[in-house]
Design a protein around this ligand. Sequence first.
Ligand SMILES: [Zn+2]
Length: 354
Amino acid sequence: MTSAVIFPWQQAVWQQMKPAGNARQHHALLLKGRRGIGKLGFALALAQSRLCRQVDAAGRACGKCQDCYWFEQGTHPNFRLLMPEALSVPSESADGEGEGNQSEAGSAKSARKPSQQISVAQVRALDDFIYLSAHQARDKVVLIHPAEAMNTAAANALLKKLEEPPLEVLFILVTHNMALIPLTIVSRCQQVAMSAPDQAAARDWLIQQGVADPDFRLAMSGFAPLQALQYDEQQATYHADFIRCLSVPEKLDPIELAEKLHKQDLSSVTGWLQKWCYDLMSCRASGRVRYHLQQMAVIQRQAVVIDPVACGFLWRSLVASQQLARHPLNPRLFLEEILLNYVDLIRPARSKAG
Ligand SMILES: [Zn+2]
C-alpha cells in the first residue's frame, strides 16, 4: 500500500486541514490537484491522523500506537480505501499516482484486464462499514482515489452516503480532474486545493530521493515530482528519440515513427506530443515554452508557421485520446493517426496538396 506522507510542499495545506482540538473537520473532503504531486500520500496521512490515538503537536499520526500499526499494515478496521482494481495491484511505486505505468504493469500479469473504474459494488460494500457500529465506537475513514474513476452508478450510490453521513465517518475524495466529478458530489464536499511544489522545491526533493538528473525528469513529467521520480530510463530513451524526430520537422515521417513507438506505453507517447503542442501554442502566444527548453529554437521556428487555432484543437484532441490510448484496438494505427494530425499542423500546405 502507498504510504502516508506529507510532502514538504504540502505543509501549508496540512496546517489548514490537520485535526484541531475539538473542532470537527467537514465530513467530506475533496482533495483536488494535478496528477503526480502527492495527493494520495497526503490523503493517507490525513486518514491516519484521524485514526491515531496520539497525534503530535503538528497533528501528525504518531506512527507508534496500535491504530498506526494497523493503518500502516493496511488492516485498520476503521479504514476503507476504494480504488480501481487496476491501481490496487502491488507496485514498487511509492506514490500510486503514476496511474498509466502501474495499471499497464498490472494488466500484463493477469489475463483479464483489471478494471479502471470504481464500481457501484465497491461503493455498496461500504454499507456495513459505514452504518454498523465502529470498532471501539471510534472514527471511521473512507478514502476514494481517484474519485473520477467512479462510474455514474457508483457516484450515485456514494451521493446517498454523503447526504446523510453518520457523524463519525470522514470521507476523503481525491481527484486529478475536477471536471469529471459530478456537481452533486462536489457540492457536498469541502474542496481542498492541493499545492504543487515550485520547480526549486521539486528539484530539491528529487535530489533527496537520489535522482541525478532532476531538471530533465521534471520537464519531461510536466513538473510533477512523483511522476518525475518514476520516469524510467528505457522510456527516457524513447522519449528523447521522439523529441529528436519532432525537432527535424522536414524529415518527420509519421509512419516510421509510429512503427518505432507502437510498443511503448501509448498514453505516455500521447502525453509527449501533447506537451510538444502545448509548447508550440505557448511560444506562439507568449514567446515562452514550458517543457522543451532545449528545443526552444526549433519550437520558435515552428510556432510562427502553425495555425494556433488548429494547434489548440489538436492539443484538445490529444487530451481526449489519452483515455483511448489505454486500450487502443491497433496501437500502430492509433499512433499513425495522431502523428499524421500533427504533420497536418506543421505542414498545412503540403498535406492539402497531397
Ligand atoms: Zn498513532
